[in-house]
Design a protein around this ligand. Structure first.
Ligand code: DP6
Length: 390
């Protein structure tokens, strides 16, 4: 059977300067620049196979094992845009007449509220670009699937430039430094138990643009300075500056969410207990050793350097214990336990209280990693040669 297939994987990214607010809803052009770390694909990634064949009656997509409709404006925008670019290459003439089947899955729970759409759209666009041999920047296409997706194409630290062109042609993501630049950088994701239905990023930021005065102030007076300063801190491997800006920007983003009318509340009591813990820890240590950041949900993402990982984990396990006062379950890079009794004592003296057991679901221990990439083995394809999920 005639067909062409490509399989790729793409990472999750966690912003340290947040994207929140669009100046163009349809093209997904942001109000401000944003900057994120790309997480290692060893622990978390999206995997996508795209297949084209003259036998396919229509475009089809399966997401995490379930068939979904292809009649989705963002999905179609990405496909149309890649195909428009592919038309410039005569070799694609036949391929472009065929329908596509897409199969995508995450190796981490979508329900955990971790940036799954960013990894998913980055992977979809990257795989299509490989299928049609489209060269050059495709971040401006991934952006049209989900804004933050454009930052998952590259590894290390990545900046999404808002741009000024009305057509979005200069709204693209570029790498600031590769993951090898700051190899000690580590990430702990504290997945918080939560059942509350939350306002999606898309509608939360739309409402913020319409109603928040603080957002207007942030875009003009805070983000430009912060972006320049954090980029410099990253290049100089200046962790205290990096950490302070990261925490301030997360706090301001959540303040904007609260300044939205009606307000959007993403952090919960457990999130705030984590914030208290990190500030007490940083105070005891005399300078920031750990930075927290929260996206549109209660989970904490901690950026820290490798020497601080074991003690931080011991503190989390003490102040936010697992069920029945046991340690929290941990996935990913193993951490050798240490005795943190002295620091625990110092934090208790500051009035920090131990929380009830079982407030966290689990912890993911990871690092920074590379951007989206193609897998060369046919065995990796998620679709069988007939075009159906394996
Ligand atoms: C809080 O990229 O999910 O994670 O462009 O509407 O799809 P859409 O929004 P999305 O928003 C992400 C918001 C954030 C901050 C960030 O990643 O910069």
């Amino acid at each position: 059977m005639k067909m062409a297939a490509v399989t790729c994987i793409a990472p999750v990214n966690i912003a340290v300067i947040k994207y929140w607010g669009k100046k163009d809803e349809k093209l997904i052009i942001p109000l401000n620049d944003s900057l994120s770390g790309t997480l290692s694909m060893d622990q978390m990634h999206a995997k996508t196979t795209v297949m084209a064949s003259p036998n396919f009656k229509k475009n089809c997509i399966w997401l995490n094992g379930k068939e979904e409709s292809f009649e989705n404006a963002r999905l179609l925008a990405c496909l149309k845009e890649i195909q428009r670019r592919a038309e410039q290459n005569e070799a694609n003439k036949e391929l472009l007449q065929w329908n596509v089947h897409v199969c995508s899955e995450n190796n981490f729970p979508t329900a955990a509220g971790l940036a799954s759409s960013a990894a998913g759209y980055a992977c979809f666009v990257y795989a299509l670009a490989k299928l049609y041999n489209v060269r050059g920047d495709v971040s401006q296409i991934a952006r049209q699937g989900s804004g933050s997706a454009c930052r998952s194409l590259e590894g290390g630290f990545v900046r999404w430039h808002a741009g000024s062109a009305p057509d979005g042609s200069d709204s693209l993501a570029t790498q600031v430094v590769p993951e090898t630049h700051w190899p000690e950088m580590r990430v702990l994701i504290l997945v918080v138990n939560d059942s509350k239905k939350k306002v999606s990023s898309t509608s939360g930021m739309q409402r913020a643009v319409e109603t928040s005065d603080l957002l207007k102030h942030r875009v003009v007076h805070c983000v430009p300075e912060r972006i320049a300063a954090i980029e410099k801190a990253i290049r100089n491997k200046d962790f205290p500056t990096f950490a302070e800006i990261t925490m301030k920007d997360s706090n301001q983003f959540h303040a904007v969410a609260l300044d939205t009318y009606p307000p959007a509340v993403y952090m919960n009591d457990v999130s705030h207990a984590i914030v208290d813990l990190i500030h007490c820890l940083n105070e005891v240590k005399g300078s920031p050793k750990v930075a927290y950041t929260f996206d549109a949900g209660p989970n904490a993402c901690l950026y820290l350097l490798e020497p601080a990982v074991a003690e931080t984990l011991a503190l989390v396990n003490h102040f936010l214990p697992g069920p029945n006062s046991q340690e929290n379950a941990i996935q990913g890079i193993p951490v050798v336990p240490v005795n943190a009794q002295d620091t625990i004592g110092a934090l208790q003296k500051m009035g920090l209280q131990q929380q009830a057991g079982g407030l966290l679901k689990y912890i993911i221990s990871t690092s920074l990693g590379e951007g989206a990439k193609q897998l060369s083995e046919c065995a990796e394809h998620l679709l069988s040669p007939t075009g159906l999920p394996k």
